[in-house]
Write a protein that binds this ligand. Structure first.
Ligand code: NAP
Length: 249
C-alpha cells in the first residue's frame, strides 16, 4: 500500500459507492480524509462510520465548491489530494432525451469536475504540489451503453478536460489523472436492475463486479509520491471488460 500519511485528501461523492471506497483506502493509507455529498444526513453518518470529516457540497454550485476548499484550508492548512468523483447516471434513451436530461448529467459530471478541480488547483498552485484524480469511466472514451449517450459524453469530456488541465499544471508539481472504472458494485449501479447486471457479470472476463476499493487502490497509487512523474493519464479498472475482440461463450 502506498503511504499517504499526513496528506490532506478531499473526495467528492465520498458518501456512497466508489467515493466511499476511495475514502476508505486513502484513510487506510494514512491520509486525513474529508468526504462530500449533497445529503447531509448520509454524509454525517458515513463520516462517523469511516472516522473522516464531512462537508456538504453540491458540485454544480461553483461558489460552494470554492467555499468547500476554503473550509479545508482553514481547518487543515493545505490540500494535497482531490478525488473528483461525484457523478450521476440516469438512463435516458436518445429518442426521448430532453435538454434538461442532458444538462443535468453534464452539470454534475463535467461542469462539477471543472468547478471543483479549478477551486483545488487555485490552492495547489500556491503550494507547488498536489494530486488530482478524476473518476471517469470506460463508458464514453472506450465503450457505449444504450440509454447513456449523455453520460458517455460527460465521462469522455472529463478526460478531454483532464489532459489539457494536466498540461497547464505540469510544471508546477501538480498531477491530474483519471481512473476509468468498469462495472463496480455500488448503490448507483444497483439501479440498473438484476437482469442487466446478471448479463454484465456473465460477459465480464473476470466474471465478477469490481468493488469500490478497487478504484480506491488505483486512486491511492495516482495520489502517491511514487506517481509523481505521471500526469494526464488514465488507468482502466474493469476486470477485463473492454478486452474481448469477440464475445466468448
Ligand atoms: P453512487 O453510488 O450513486 O454515488 C454517487 C456519489 O456522488 C454519492 O456520494 C452522491 O452523494 C454523490 N453526488 C451525486 N450528485 C452529487 C452532486 N451534485 N454534488 C456532490 N455529490 C454528488 O455512484 P457510484 O457508482 O459510486 O459512481 C461514482 C462515480 O464513479 C461517478 O462519477 C460515476 O460516473 C463513476 N463510475 C461508476 C461506475 C460503476 O460501475 N459504479 C462505473 C464507471 C464510472 P449524495 O447522493 O449525497 O449527493
Amino acid at each position: 500500500m502506498f503511504d499517504l500519511t499526513g496528506k490532506i485528501a478531499f473526495i467528492s461523492g465520498g458518501t456512497k459507492g466508489i467515493g466511499k471506497g476511495i475514502a476508505k483506502v486513502l484513510k487506510q493509507a494514512g491520509a486525513i480524509t474529508i468526504i462530500a455529498g449533497t445529503s447531509q444526513t448520509r454524509g454525517e453518518s458515513i463520516a462517523k462510520e469511516l472516522e473522516v470529516d464531512f462537508i456538504p457540497l453540491d458540485v454544480t454550485d461553483q461558489p460552494a465548491c470554492k467555499s468547500a476548499i476554503d473550509k479545508i484550508i482553514e481547518k487543515y492548512g493545505r490540500l494535497d489530494i482531490l478525488c473528483s468523483n461525484a457523478g450521476i447516471f440516469p438512463q435516458h434513451y436518445l429518442k426521448d432525451m430532453t435538454a434538461e436530461d442532458w444538462d443535468l448529467v453534464h452539470s454534475v459530471n463535467l461542469k462539477g469536475t471543472f468547478f471543483l478541480v479549478q477551486a483545488a488547483l487555485n490552492v495547489m498552485e500556491k503550494q507547488h504540489s498536489g494530486r488530482i484524480v478524476i473518476t471517469s469511466s470506460i463508458t464514453g472514451e472506450i465503450t457505449g451503453i444504450s440509454g447513456y449517450s449523455h453520460y458517455g459524453a460527460s465521462k469522455a469530456g472529463q478526460l478531454g478536460f483532464m489532459r489539457s488541465a494536466a498540461l497547464e499544471y505540469a510544471g508546477q508539481g501538480i498531477t491530474i489523472n483519471a481512473v476509468m472504472p468498469g462495472m463496480i458494485m455500488t448503490e448507483g449501479l444497483q439501479s440498473f436492475g438484476d437482469d442487466f447486471l446478471d448479463h454484465v457479470k456473465e460477459t465480464t472476463p473476470m466474471r465478477v463486479f469490481g468493488v469500490p476499493e478497487d478504484i480506491g487502490y488505483a486512486a491511492c497509487f495516482l495520489a502517491s509520491d511514487e506517481a509523481k512523474y505521471i500526469t494526464g493519464q488514465t488507468i482502466v479498472v474493469d476486470g477485463g471488460q473492454v478486452l474481448p475482440e469477440v464475445q466468448e461463450a
